[in-house]
Design a protein around this ligand. Structure first.
Ligand code: ASC
Length: 593
């Protein structure tokens, strides 16, 4: 079929092959798929990607990473509200499946494109291709990443930025923008990590070797060596600038306002982001506007994104440090560094003072204060006043047959072989346990001490919500297996944004005291939220997106160890689930003789 394709004026991403006009796109789509996209200036943005392992040196040490079209991190997708993204993904991994999740995109009417293996689709086999086609209906800062096994730890991720429609303005002013994708990096492969987590005795992955900014870090050397005390062991990095591990320098012009788009795709680490001598104003979180607030540094958990405004109002003859540091776990990883360079000052001129000193890793009150200073921008959607249902999810570390696991209400998630979406949509029997999962944990459970009986079970049941009902989820943190240990868990919901109603200490009882902590006036909308040690986090969402959706701890080893649940709503309203998402388990078509 010949179509009048033309190059996108903004189509800069490698792998973006062609852009069809809206009119042609809508006709083609309606013929092919029976859907009618809105007419207007929206476009279909086509990308052709191949995922492959390749040799790469993210932190100056050669490893293999999962690259896309020969790049690490993968190419940035830029689109406008209303556009349709179409990514033809070829699995060039030699012997393993792959899927890609579009983190923060709600996938209205396309739940099969959510990119979650065993939930929304079968993993794409080596050598095969699959097309992710979905609409981006909301402006904001997003990213994408692998969602099969621990492929995010292998480096399968990149940025996804959705701009406002032409003619619409953000509720804040800025001159330019820069995008920073944060990640953590191990020298041990994702497969070794998975084996260790699934072994007796348990082998924890440990802290990362390096923190990466836009895929670049420096192991065993420091950009800031000249400031360090004499007993520091890090030598100066000998970088010329063209290396894969050379820092991504932020070049800025004086007296401008920059929108920095921050996204954390870390496997494990909670981060603190700071730029020396500069304040920032937080304006967006997970694709939602927040009431602007000024900060010196930003806490960012795995799965979260922010936009912050940075005024380049410091001495333009100097350069400044940009740093990310580990929070929430005792750090064993040097801070990730790069330079804010005031053009035309030479980028190789080192800042006058040493890099910012990170807040103490266990100053949880400081972390909570940051999270609690987030409110939605005036005029944002408010939550329904009343809930229809409330579930409480206890986050517990547990044991199953001697294996170390994470469990929710005493159940550790093991995904079924047949993806839920097709299994539920077509009523496939025996695909998973159809009984309702536990809505709460026993009243006499004390989350402040290690579990008295650490043994839990595996399961794959689904929390099913009535269409358009208002659901409250309370995440209850607890003591882990060891005494005096409770960790931060950033929880990410697929298919929805939720309002963060509030945070509390200790055990959630649902009494007046707890209810009084809930903000129904201007809670921020997000898709990822932390639950702090020994505390609880309450959130509310409307089950308005027909499909099956993962809700899980975004710490990748924790999800691997079972720390997630599955939500479903109105699957009967889901359109025809594409055959190529169903070619495994019980939805694979029987062979005709
Ligand atoms: O899941 C985890 O396991 C280890 C520790 O609890 C047991 O070694 C750790 O720090 C985690 O976050």
């Amino acid at each position: 079929m010949l179509l009048p394709y033309h190059q996108s004026p903004r189509g800069s991403g490698l792998g973006e092959v062609k852009v069809m006009s809206a009119a042609v796109a809508s006709i083609v789509l309606s013929i092919l798929f029976g859907v009618w996209p809105c007419l207007g200036a929206s476009q279909i943005r086509h990308f052709q990607w191949e995922v492959r392992y390749m040799y790469w040196s993210p932190d100056c040490v050669e490893n293999v990473v999962m690259g896309i079209n020969g790049r690490f991190p993968g190419p940035t997708i830029r689109a406008k509200v209303g556009d349709t993204i179409s990514v033809r993904l070829t699995n060039g991994l030699l012997t393993e499946g792959v899927v890609i999740h579009w983190h923060g995109i709600r996938q209205f009417r396309t739940p099969w494109a959510d990119g979650t293996a065993s939930i929304s689709q079968c993993a794409i086999n080596p050598g095969e291709s699959f097309t992710y086609r979905f609409e981006v209906d909301k402006a904001g800062t997003f990213f994408y990443h692998g969602h099969y096994g621990m492929q995010r730890s292998a480096g399968l991720y990149g940025s996804l930025i959705v701009e406002l429609e032409d003619g619409k303005a953000e509720p804040f002013h800025y001159d330019e923008e820069l995008s920073l994708l944060f990640s953590d990096w191990w020298h041990e492969s994702m497969h070794e990590q998975e084996v260790g987590l699934s072994s007796i005795p348990f082998r924890w992955i440990g802290e990362p070797q390096s923190l990466l900014i836009n895929g670049r870090g420096q192991y065993n050397c420091s950009l800031a060596a000249s400031y360090q005390s004499r007993n520091s062991s890090y030598p100066r990095c000998n970088l010329r600038g063209g290396e894969q591990c050379a820092p991504y320098v932020l070049h800025v012009r004086p007296n401008k306002v920059y929108r920095l788009r921050l996204a954390s795709t870390t496997s494990l680490s909670s981060l603190n982001f700071e730029i020396s001598d500069h304040k920032m104003v937080v304006v967006e979180a997970d694709g939602n506007y927040v009431r602007p607030f000024e900060v010196r540094d930003v806490d960012i958990y795995s799965g979260e994104t922010y936009s912050v405004l940075l005024k380049t109002d410091q001495d333009p003859a100097q350069n400044y440090w940009v740093s990310i540091s580990v929070r929430g776990r005792q750090p064993a990883t040097p801070q990730g560094l790069t330079i804010l360079n005031y053009v035309p000052t030479s980028a190789s001129r080192l800042p006058v003072s040493p890099p910012p000193i990170a807040p103490r890793w266990d100053d949880f009150d400081r972390s909570k204060a940051f999270s609690k200073s987030m409110f939605s921008l005036l005029g944002s959607a408010q939550p329904p006043r009343a809930r229809d249902r409330r579930i409480v999810l206890l986050n517990m570390q547990s044991k199953i047959n001697g294996y170390t696991k994470w469990s929710i209400n005493n159940v550790s998630l093991v995904l079924p072989l047949t993806p839920y979406l097709g299994a539920i949509r077509y009523g496939v029997k025996g695909a998973f346990d159809r009984r309702a999962p536990p809505e709460n944990f026993p009243g006499n459970y004390n989350p402040m001490i290690p579990p008295l009986n650490p043994n839990s079970t595996t399961g794959n049941r689904v929390y099913t919500f009535l269409y358009n009902s208002t659901v409250d989820v309370v995440l209850q943190n607890a003591n882990a297996l060891s005494a005096n240990v409770s960790e931060i868990h950033p929880w990410h919901l697929h298919g929805h944004d939720f309002w963060v109603l509030g945070y509390g200490e200790g055990k959630f009882t649902g009494g007046h005291k707890d209810e009084a902590r809930l903000n129904l006036e201007n809670p921020p909308l997000r898709n990822t939220v932390p639950v702090f040690p020994y505390g609880w986090t309450a959130l509310r969402f409307v089950a308005n997106n027909p499909g099956v959706w993962a809700f899980h701890c975004h710490i990748e080893p924790h999800l691997h160890m079972g720390m997630g649940v599955v939500f479903a709503e109105a699957v009967n309203l889901v359109g025809k689930v594409p055959d190529d998402t169903l070619m495994c388990g019980l939805t694979a078509k029987p062979r005709k003789d």
